[in-house]
Design a protein around this ligand. Structure first.
Ligand SMILES: [Zn+2]
Length: 184
């Protein structure tokens, strides 16, 4: 089922009615709805998945800005913040799963999907370990930091901090993520 139809997506689907929620503009300067994102996606207006992921993160940031005191908002609906965070995770996972399907197809040499991987590969937060050569999915922020500091080529599994799968002996993330995705 597409994410936009899942229950966790529903609170973010319509635009916030700023006539009813009068103080919304005090906290959120750039409102964004999942409905808008879906339309944009269907009209093929995104240049990359990274752009889509950035928009989903904007939705989360808005939910935080309005509802979470830690982010300058108020404790209006803390559950909505949790749901927004879950939504971001789910989107990342779906995109990762999509990448995995492409990788599987590449092993079977499906030319159409191989082309897709070529187009999207760089948009996904992959790194290749310099030691064991396995591919790992890392979070978007860490990936951006590595790109900025040009350290993507010197990445080693053991450097992963605070994660359970942290060594070169662990199985490839491609398989890990495929298992998680199938279970959902
Ligand atoms: Zn490694």
């Amino acid at each position: 089922m597409p994410i936009r139809k899942l229950p966790i997506a529903q609170p973010f689907f319509p635009k916030v009615d700023v006539k009813k929620i009068k103080d919304y503009g005090d906290f959120v300067k750039e409102p964004k709805s999942l409905g808008e994102l879906s339309t944009k996606l269907q009209r093929n207006k995104y240049d990359s998945w990274k752009e889509y992921q950035a928009d989903i993160r904007k939705i989360r940031a808005n939910a935080e800005a309005y509802n979470d005191a830690e982010h300058g908002g108020e404790f209006k609906n803390p559950d909505l913040v949790k749901t927004a965070r879950l939504l971001v995770g789910l989107v990342d996972l779906r995109i990762a799963m999509y990448a995995t399907e492409i990788i599987q197809a590449q092993k079977k040499s499906d030319p159409e999907l191989v082309k897709l991987r070529k187009d999207y590969h760089d948009q996904l937060p992959w790194v290749q370990c310099s030691k064991c050569q396995k591919r790992r999915l890392i979070d978007q922020q860490e990936h951006e930091d590595l790109q900025t500091s040009h350290k993507l080529e010197q990445w080693v599994c053991e450097d992963r901090k605070g994660e359970r799968r942290g060594t070169c002996d662990e199985p490839d993330d491609e398989e890990q993520f495929r298992l998680i995705a199938t279970a959902m």
